[in-house]
Design a protein around this ligand. Structure first.
Ligand SMILES: C[S@@+](CC[C@H](N)C(=O)[O-])C[C@H]1O[C@@H](n2cnc3c(N)ncnc32)[C@H](O)[C@@H]1O
Length: 322
């Protein structure tokens, strides 16, 4: 029975989500109407607000909300010191950290990479549009904040499939007056709808940076993550970029394998570690920006950057579409 409308006839598959689809949709739309599902600056073309909105499909596109199973966004939030997580997330996070103690530094190094990569893309590559898939819960230095600090007119579309991230989307939907931010509730696998809805904010005739940070490990090889990337990069013009990170399977391999096993035993959806060669193949058809695919704390980092001197098991890279 739906906890909101007490409708008895809702579908069985909705049971784990607490409220029925209609109520969840109504709640999300009301929240988005209150807080704005999209923020456009005054100088932006009129008529685009609201064309990109979470809640256009089911209230959440991803795994059903379940506080008793660990979810990637909430476990990551816990490692980063956030408060949007439940006991199940914290238990798994601690067990993974017991197997691979550097995980907390590694995820902070991933956030630092995000900031360095976005800054590079804006200030050196001239990028003014971002499609950030696998947004995560709002943290310090979100993509639009880093980008708009350097180029206020930058437009950012965030995409995530987690219902908790959706609930916090309004925190991401701030923007400089000249730029724009939007949020799409969707699964990375659904590239067609993502690209279609993103056109409300992004001009796919101009270069776009596609960000896939900390998300590809959730796409198993059978689901062909390389083909998903290819579909996204086919949709953007020459001069566009791909930035990604992925858990490494060949750095601290035994500890990482144990950590992945513990996570997969309890989490709502499994993850997979990948080797340097496998991550390199994600960039096929693109020109890798120096220094190529490297450990996340080594990508254009300075001394004193997070993770400096460590041996962190996350790979990172940025590639340009020729
Ligand atoms: C580890 S967090 C990374 C957050 C951020 N990109 C960063 O690097 O700090 C991964 C995010 O991807 C989201 N995610 C995982 N699988 C997804 C999928 N198939 N489609 C959309 N989002 C997904 C999770 O909900 C989570 O918010």
């Amino acid at each position: 029975m739906c906890v909101v409308c007490v409708r008895p006839e809702w579908q069985e598959r909705e049971r784990a989500r607490g409220a029925c689809r209609l109520c969840r949709r109504a709640i999300v739309l009301r929240e988005l109407a209150q807080h704005g599902s999209i923020t456009l600056g005054q100088d932006n073309p009129p008529g685009k607000a609201g064309q990109v909105a979470s809640g256009q499909g089911p209230a959440s596109a991803g795994a059903p909300f379940d506080a008793n199973r660990a979810h990637m966004a909430r476990v990551y939030d816990f490692w980063l010191g956030g408060k949007d997580n439940f006991a199940a997330d914290r238990a798994v996070a601690d067990q993974v950290a017991a197997a691979y103690p550097d995980i907390r530094i590694a995820v902070r190094a991933q956030r630092a990479f995000l900031a360095r990569a976005v800054h590079f893309l804006v200030t050196q590559a001239g990028i003014r549009q971002f499609l950030d898939i696998g947004t995560g819960l709002p943290s310090a230095n979100n993509t639009h904040q880093v980008a708009q600090a350097a180029a206020p007119q930058t437009r950012v579309v965030y995409v995530d499939n987690d219902p908790i991230v959706l609930n916090h989307a309004r925190a991401l939907l701030t923007s400089s007056p000249e730029g724009a931010t939007a949020y799409i509730d969707a699964d990375l696998r659904d590239t067609g709808p993502i690209l279609e809805r993103a056109t409300a904010v992004l001009d796919f005739g101009q270069p776009v940076a596609v960000m896939l940070l900390g998300i590809l490990q959730g796409i198993p090889d059978q689901e062909e993550p390389g083909a998903i990337i290819a579909r996204l990069m086919d949709a953007v013009p020459s001069g566009s970029y791909l930035a990604l990170t992925q858990i490494a399977g060949d750095v601290a391999a035994d500890e990482v394998a144990k950590g992945v096993q513990r996570y997969n035993d309890q989490a709502a959806a499994p993850v997979a570690a990948r080797t340097h060669a496998e991550v390199g193949r994600f960039f096929s058809g693109l020109d890798l920006v120096e220094p190529g695919v490297v450990q996340v704390h080594r990508w254009r980092a300075g001394t004193g950057d997070v993770g400096s001197g460590r041996n962190l098991a996350i790979y990172a890279g940025v590639g340009r579409k020729p």
